[in-house]
Each structure stands twice: as C-alpha cells, then as structure tokens.
Write a protein that binds this ligand. Structure first.
Ligand SMILES: [Zn+2]
Length: 191
C-alpha cells in the first residue's frame, strides 16, 4: 500500500472487484482509486498494466465503475437494467482493444493494444461485467448483507448462499457486531 491511500480489496471476479474500489457506498464511502496513479496500481494487480492515466481517464473509469455497480445491483434484485448504465458499459466494451492470449502454462492473459491505453483495460472490465450480468458465467449476482455496504458481488459458492461481498471486511465486521451484541445480552458473571 502507498502511504495515505486506502488499501485495495482484492476479489476473484474482475468486474465486481472493480466496483469494490468504492466501498461502504451506503455508509461513509471509501474511494480506493482516488488518483490516476492508484488506478494504474489497481489495474496492474489484475494483469492490466497501463503506461499512464490522465484525470479524464480516471473519470471515465469511475463512470464505468458506477455503471457496472448500477447494472449489477439491478440484475441482483431482478430489476430492469438501467439504460444509461448499459450504454456506458457497452461503450467501454466497444472502445477497448485488448486480446486474450494463452500463456505456455495454459492461463489466459490480456494483451492491451500497443499504447497500453486505460480504455483497453476498461474494455476488458466492461466485457467481464457483461459476462456476469448476462448470466454467462457460473455464479449468481447478489447484494452484500452489510447495511452500510450492499455491494453487488458474484457468488460462486456451491450453495449460492454467500452473504457478504468480502469475508475479511464486511463478513468479519458482522460477525464481530453479533459477538458483541451477544456478549452484552449475556454478560459474564463478575468474579
Ligand atoms: Zn460488503
């Protein structure tokens, strides 16, 4: 972590990890990509290295992030998809030029066009969002049970009963809150 910036929350699903760069949306929101450099850092973690990022490109990234959040939330509660969000996702997908490449180890990587443009990386994220919102992937969109979060996440658990976007943050906080509530209800006898 770079001093002074909030840590990233890393998940396995690209699109919903990206929407997780703004957390606690229903409480005190935490912006985890506050500067162009932090977006560059985040993209590098996900194998989408770009050379540079302008403030306008960061704005575009955040616009895509909020569009994915809106569309994924609607999909999770089976509401009609918001047209404006669909438009932004499709635009970003169409503007990206990235190629899937196979490594000798049999893994998929993304190769961005020669200039390593932010738009190419956003195209990959938009395409990932499309695949989960369209139900192309094995899993189910759901909303985090934490009242201050309610982030859309992609549940790939066998039973599809995951409750929290992130076990280490929201899940843990809920568990601690329940533990403390139980403790105050059943205080230990004083010795
Ligand atoms: Zn959450």
């Amino acid at each position: 972590m770079r001093a002074g910036f909030p840590d990233f929350r890393l998940g396995n699903v690209l699109a919903t990890s990206f929407t997780g760069t703004l957390s606690e949306r229903q409480g005190d929101p935490v912006e985890r990509i506050p500067t162009p450099q932090r977006l560059i850092d985040w993209l590098a973690v996900y194998g989408l290295a770009v050379d540079s990022c302008t403030p306008a490109q960061l704005d575009r990234a955040r616009e895509l992030r909020e569009a994915i959040h809106a569309a994924a939330t609607a999909a999770a509660i089976q509401d009609p998809l918001p047209a404006a969000a669909v438009h932004v996702i499709n635009d970003c997908s169409a503007q990206g030029r990235a190629a899937a490449v196979l490594t000798p180890e049999g893994e998929r990587r993304w190769r961005l066009s020669s200039a390593s443009r932010v738009e190419d990386a956003l195209g990959v994220i938009a395409a990932d969002a499309i695949s989960i919102i369209a139900g192309e992937r094995d899993g189910k969109l759901a909303l985090c049970a934490s009242p201050t979060c309610q982030a859309a996440f992609f549940d790939t658990s066998q039973s599809r009963t995951r409750k929290w976007c992130d076990m280490n943050t929201c899940g843990n906080r809920q568990k601690k809150a329940r533990f403390n509530a139980n403790r105050s209800k059943n205080p230990r006898p004083a010795r």
